[in-house]
Design a protein around this ligand. Sequence first.
Ligand SMILES: C[S@@+](CC[C@H](N)C(=O)[O-])C[C@H]1O[C@@H](n2cnc3c(N)ncnc32)[C@H](O)[C@@H]1O
Length: 212
Amino acid sequence: MARDSADSRSSTLADVRSVYADQAATFDRFAALNRLLSGRYRRRAFDTADGEVLDVACGLATNRAYLPESVAYTGIDASPAMLDRAADRHDDLVLGEDLREMDAQDLDFPDDSFDTVISSLSTCTFPDPDAALAEMARVCKPEGRVLLLEHGRSSVGPIAKFQDWRADAHFEKHACRWTQEPLAIVRRSPLTVRNHWTALFGILTGMEAVPE
Ligand SMILES: C[S@@+](CC[C@H](N)C(=O)[O-])C[C@H]1O[C@@H](n2cnc3c(N)ncnc32)[C@H](O)[C@@H]1O
């Protein structure tokens, strides 16, 4: 993987697929712990989603449990390994239909397709986060919303220092820029942030945005 400054390391889609082919079993094994730690934040970020919902970089489709039951769910991810495990975990989601292999940076949906576009903990892994956010804006209906839950550098000094210290190693293992500033990235995209909140020592940022 290419090495640049701390927050601008870049990977390729092939890197992402390779990392998550290795990591899918670990994500699966620790799914319950993940829900325990992140569930309340996922609910806060996504429980107002409605209508046709697209989950971009859905991973194991963990977010589905935190959406209202009334929504129609579609998840896309670049990693076949993650999608296989998502399908195993959700009997009613059909691989290739409700769960589709796709690049977030080049979504295979027409403009204005979804009432709500959601994404969690993934902007940091997109090789080109600007392209992915522009695609989320494009496929969201003009009156729809984009709901994001992202992580970044903590606002608490010692935690941020630890993140800085481990940033390279973390990127090598997870293809994840964990010190990047999510709000800044979304603000330079074709989305307008209406509301945002932070949690977990400033590591998590929830955002409600609308297409410009
Ligand atoms: C840290 S996981 C998060 C998964 C899930 N959103 C969650 O909150 O549990 C990051 C996910 O982003 C996916 N990903 C990274 N780059 C992608 C891209 N360009 N297109 C689609 N998925 C991508 C990975 O395959 C992986 O499943």
